[in-house]
Design a protein around this ligand. Sequence first.
Ligand SMILES: CC(C)(COP(=O)(O)OP(=O)(O)OC[C@H]1O[C@@H](n2cnc3c(N)ncnc32)[C@H](O)[C@@H]1OP(=O)(O)O)[C@@H](O)C(=O)NCCC(=O)NCCS
Length: 192
Amino acid sequence: MIGVPRMGAGRCFLRLAPRSRFSVQGVVELMSGTRIVVNEEAHLEIGDGTYLHCGVTVSCFEHIAIGPDCAISWNTTILDGNGHVLIVEGKGRPWSKPVIIDEHVWIGSGATVLSGVTIHEGAVVGAGSLVTRDVPCRTTVAGNPARILGEDAEWVKDREVCLDSPLKVDRPTGHSDQPPPFPKPGPPDVAR
Ligand SMILES: CC(C)(COP(=O)(O)OP(=O)(O)OC[C@H]1O[C@@H](n2cnc3c(N)ncnc32)[C@H](O)[C@@H]1OP(=O)(O)O)[C@@H](O)C(=O)NCCC(=O)NCCS
């Protein structure tokens, strides 16, 4: 499904260069404003049940594989190459290195995933993170560069499923179908 309007309208941009491949399994949602470029002879794969939220950019120079059941949040950028030739101290740096995003990975809004990274199954990437290294299975990472915040993480896409599941997330007290009262602000939690 291309151009699903979740957070307003916005055209999707899809450019498939000659001899490139874009493989999709099952149902994949590319929401409004998604931009995808697959360069010559590159291969982009996306698995069943994964969505790319509004404004996600994917720039594929070689091979990007995004597994099934992933949530790629708005304004995230995923790229597997530099896009320009880089020579440092007389040596050429790699033009591209594949990116693998395994099954059931959640990437928070505005994150950037750089070339050569593998994000393993069940991992969570915090909003605005810059991912430069592999992320282990079921680990939360965040920051620039992204560092491990916690291990043995579990996440589910749908909050209602979560509230009724054995995952035992905190349920707001007095939960009902009505929204909770607006909380009174406490003392500020200031960084020192
Ligand atoms: C990464 C995330 C999931 C972690 O949640 P959490 O486990 O509840 O983490 P906490 O809020 O307890 O934060 C733990 C520490 O990590 C830091 N941190 C949390 N998220 C961060 C982020 N995105 N970037 C940098 N640091 C972050 C906190 O400041 C805190 O640091 P401290 O211990 O020095 O105070 C969450 O902060 C996040 O970024 N969610 C993304 C939400 C999003 O983009 N949703 C889009 C809709 S799909």
